[in-house]
Write a protein that binds this ligand. Sequence first.
Ligand code: MG
Ligand code: MG
Length: 260
Amino acid sequence: MGYFKFNTDEFKFFERANRIVAETLSLMQKHVKPGVTTYELDKIAEDYIRTQNAEPAFKGYGPKDNPFPATVCTSVDNVIVHGIPNKTPLLEGQIVSLDVGAKYKGFFGDSAITCFVGEVSPEIARQSEVTEQSLFKGLEQAVERKKIYDISRAIQTYVESNGYSLTRELVGHGIGKKLHDDPPVPNFVPLLLHRGDYPNWKLQQGLALSIEPMVHMGKKETSTLDDGWTVVTRDGSIATHWEHTVVIDQGKPIIMTLRN
Ligand code: MG
Ligand code: MG
């Protein structure tokens, strides 16, 4: 099976990496308001991560000729994930998803939240709530003797029964010594034809996963902008994204990125 198994010290480092991520998100969330820029939010995150003797995990990630240029993925409104921070002030009623990764002593943490800029419409608030709840439906399945598709099915059933669609092109992942490790964790049960791409691993104690539903108000199709990173809903509909990193255990999932 071959996934990474932590020893005690390693688990402490992994725990710390994820704690730093959770603290960074809590700190950023306090600063999300109309007029602030995602560039400013990114600086707050980078400063905090570095003062904790950790490194931003996303900065420099990706292809050599087009690495991700910032600490945080900041994805506004119809941007699903991988939005690049910029100097455009956020506006009342917008949403911004903040996705943070940190590396501490060789181990990675990863988590994302969707934040409201001031007050948002009830429709958008509901979508974000359904997305966060779907994440917890998935997390409930992240225990020994279940399989990856149990997580996928729980998320998909909850999201689609509430009238939304899910991104297909991007999925959750194993995590530990690598930011993106095996196995992929799709937010949908793959069609028979595609199951080879998404092995349905049996969940064993100590396996670490980042589970991250990406939910669209409209259709499931996506596009990537010319910057090579920004993924948007093709129909322009609102997208919401929540993510936690969890470790499989007996009986109860251990959520590593819970916030206060
Ligand atoms: Mg993430
Ligand atoms: Mg992730």
